[in-house]
Design a protein around this ligand. Structure first.
Ligand code: UD1
Ligand code: CA
Length: 451
């Protein structure tokens, strides 16, 4: 069965107290809406339709053409919002409706809903859960046979109905044609003067169609975010979910509560991660990697057996058995081969480092190609920028750069060449040569006693 998806995200999210739309607020570096669309992505190849309104231009700017967008001009209710999205559907037979602000929904739940929808012959299916405190949610009203009858919004419930603990999640699957027809029949004769999507279920039921409920055993999957307190609560739950998945797969997290791993990150077996570590973006970490406290790793690939201690690594690729930090800063676009050492207070940018090379202390190496088994002494700096352009430094295999060298780019240090400590190198150094470029030492005997 071909199933499309419409995700509602036109609401203002007033309680977030923000100039940005609610669904763009982030949980572990990913917008709330991204969690909803990711859950859908596994189920259908059809691009989800996002109904936007308030701050819609920010949503489009962020997600670009990952999705199809439809604009709801005025926020007249969830029924009206779905109506705005319907014309973007094509030949789908059924459509899933989700709330853009409920990021706990999982592919697993949507899969089970789809199975029930298909197998029961239902024309509408709603996801419910039992909440001890159901305030604000629509209640699922069942008849004496406990079959679905209707959904009543909190503001329209009687005192008796308020006691019902089974609530509407705002996630549904509908037969597309029947939904379309029913949407045109909706009225806004209710306490909020809104067009309620929930009324569609009652309409279909009254028409004699099967309307089912998928009751989730896990009540967390339906939680929506309305304010920043709920945003933090959701972050905790999602973080725990992700961290548990990694721990069960063989990763040691020394202090799960302080470790932030975003959902796309892949981590190999026997990796040990210390406290206050953040790993986000499209990061892949091999086996037996040790990541010490306070490290930040984003969009990077880390080879097996590498050790990282209190360092920042952005958009870089590291080989296996490297030794990074403490306090190294790898800015974007570095490629390190195996067994590379990047030590304390070293900054790298757009630099390739060959097998077994060492940059142990206090250096800035940018726009450079460093060969194999190169040793770069403490305090070496590539002077890669003349105020207008950036230039490249090449250091070939086996070269030895003495401490406190300035390499004024563009410059090339040949194979197995040596540079004397404290040199400012402005000309290429041939293979195996020794370059010394510093003021000669002068000794003035007994100079102090003359004073
Ligand atoms: C809705 C349901 C309620 C359910 C709750 C779950 C209706 C009438 N009620 O409540 O039964 O328990 O969700 O969270 O559907 N939106 C638009 N345009 C609008 C109105 C809303 O795009 O005109 C979007 C919002 O951005 C949000 C979603 O629809 O993503 C739900 O809207 P919200 O106002 O939070 O839901 P309620 O009406 O409170
Ligand atoms: Ca509302």
């Amino acid at each position: 069965m071909k199933i499309g998806a419409i995700i509602l995200a036109a609401g203002k999210g007033t309680r977030m107290k923000s100039k940005y739309p609610k669904v763009l607020h982030k949980i572990l570096n990913k917008p709330i809406l991204g969690y909803v669309t990711d859950a859908v992505k596994e189920l259908t190849e059809i691009k989800p339709i996002i109904v936007i309104g308030h701050g819609g231009e920010y949503i489009k700017e962020f997600f670009e053409d990952t999705y199809v967008y439809r604009t709801q001009e005025q926020q007249l209710g969830t029924g009206d919002a779905v109506k705005a999205g319907m014309d973007a559907l094509k030949d789908e037979e059924a459509v899933m409706i989700l709330c853009g602000d409920a990021p706990m929904i999982t592919t697993e739940i949507l899969e089970k809903m789809t199975d029930q929808y298909i197998n029961s012959g239902a024309k509408a299916l709603v996801l419910s859960a039992v909440l001890e405190e159901g305030k604000g949610y629509g209640r699922i009203i069942r008849n004496s046979n406990s079959d679905f009858e209707k959904i009543t919004e909190e503001k329209d419930t009687s005192e008796e109905e308020k006691l019902i603990k089974e609530v509407n999640s705002g996630t549904y699957i509908f037969d597309k044609k029947l939904l379309e027809e029913a949407l045109f029949g909706l009225t806004n004769q209710n306490s909020q003067g809104e067009y309620y999507l929930t009324d569609v279920l009652e309409i279909l039921k009254k028409q004699g169609h099967v309307v089912g409920v998928y009751k989730s055993a896990d009540d967390k999957v339906i939680l929506g975010i309305n304010n920043r307190v709920q945003l933090e609560e959701a972050t905790k739950i999602i973080k725990r979910r992700i961290n548990e998945k990694h721990m069960m797969a063989g990763v040691t997290l020394e202090d799960s509560a302080s470790i932030y791993i975003s959902s796309e990150v892949i981590i190999g077996e026997d990796v040990v991660i210390g406290p206050n570590v953040s790993i986000t973006g499209k990061t892949i970490i091999g086996e037996d990697v040790a990541i010490g406290p306070n490290s930040i790793i984003k969009d990077s690939i880390i080879g097996s057996g590498t050790t990282i201690l209190s360092s920042i690594i952005l958009n870089s690729k590291l080989g296996s058995n490297c030794n990074i930090g403490p306090f190294a800063y790898l800015r974007p676009d570095n490629i390190l081969s195996d067994k590379v050492k990047v030590g304390d207070f070293v900054e790298l940018k757009k630099t390739q480092v060959g097998y077994g090379s060492k940059i142990p202390h206090h250096s800035y190496i940018g726009d450079s190609i460093v060969g194999e088994k190169v040793n770069i002494g403490a305090g070496t700096i590539t002077c890669n920028y003349d105020g207008e352009h950036k230039y490249q430094t090449i250091i070939e295999d086996g070269a030895f750069i003495g401490s406190n060298t300035n390499l004024v780019a563009p410059v090339n240090v040949g194979k197995e060449a040596y540079i004397g400590a404290g040199s400012t190198i402005t000309k290429d150094v041939p293979n195996r040569a020794l370059a010394i470029a510093r003021g000669k030492q002068v000794i003035k005997e007994n100079w102090n006693s003359k004073k």
